[in-house]
Design a protein around this ligand. Structure first.
Ligand code: AMP
Ligand code: ZN
Length: 139
């Protein structure tokens, strides 16, 4: 889709900190991370939400998320990962291209807000470094 920011990221028209890619799925670091290692997993085919996405693409996202979650755990030594996915403006979906949030947390980090958080730009050098670490840890 021409005016979709995540489609542009997939095509490389907008830069991203990529951690994983396969035939159907692309994953990259959220640039306003809720916690270090916050990663977005998206289908390459544009679909807005859970109602729109094909079962095949949904399964591909889920399958990839398992690998990526394993990579995050190994790379960052986290205690837990929240998998969150918002559908529609009513639940504060901001980017209308289906995306699964993988939000890691160590036990000593602040509690995670659920669907509403303020966007604070992260440190791009640190995000890049974590993207490389996670990417390298994904088998
Ligand atoms: P949601 O509310 O689930 O639609 O969240 C959209 C997420 O996309 C937010 O956490 C944003 O920080 C993230 N986001 C928006 N633009 C970009 C971008 N160019 N690169 C990485 N993450 C982005
Ligand atoms: Zn899109």
């Amino acid at each position: 889709m021409d005016d979709c920011i995540f489609c542009k990221i997939i095509k490389g028209e907008i830069p991203s900190f990529k951690v994983y890619e396969d035939e159907k799925v692309f994953a990259f670091e959220d640039i306003n991370p809720i916690s270090p290692g916050h990663t977005l997993v998206i289908p390459k085919n544009h679909a807005e939400n859970i109602w729109d996405i094909s079962e095949e693409d949904l399964l591909a996202v889920q399958r990839a998320s398992k690998k990526i979650a394993q990579g995050i755990k190994e790379a960052l030594g986290v205690d837990g990962i929240a998998c969150m996915q918002l559908n529609g403006r009513a639940v504060n979906q901001e980017v209308m291209h289906y995306h699964l949030h993988l939000v890691p947390r160590r036990a000593d980090q602040p509690a995670l807000p659920i669907t509403r958080w303020s966007l604070k730009p992260g440190n791009m050098d640190e995000i890049k470094e974590r993207a490389e670490k996670i990417s390298a840890a994904i088998k």
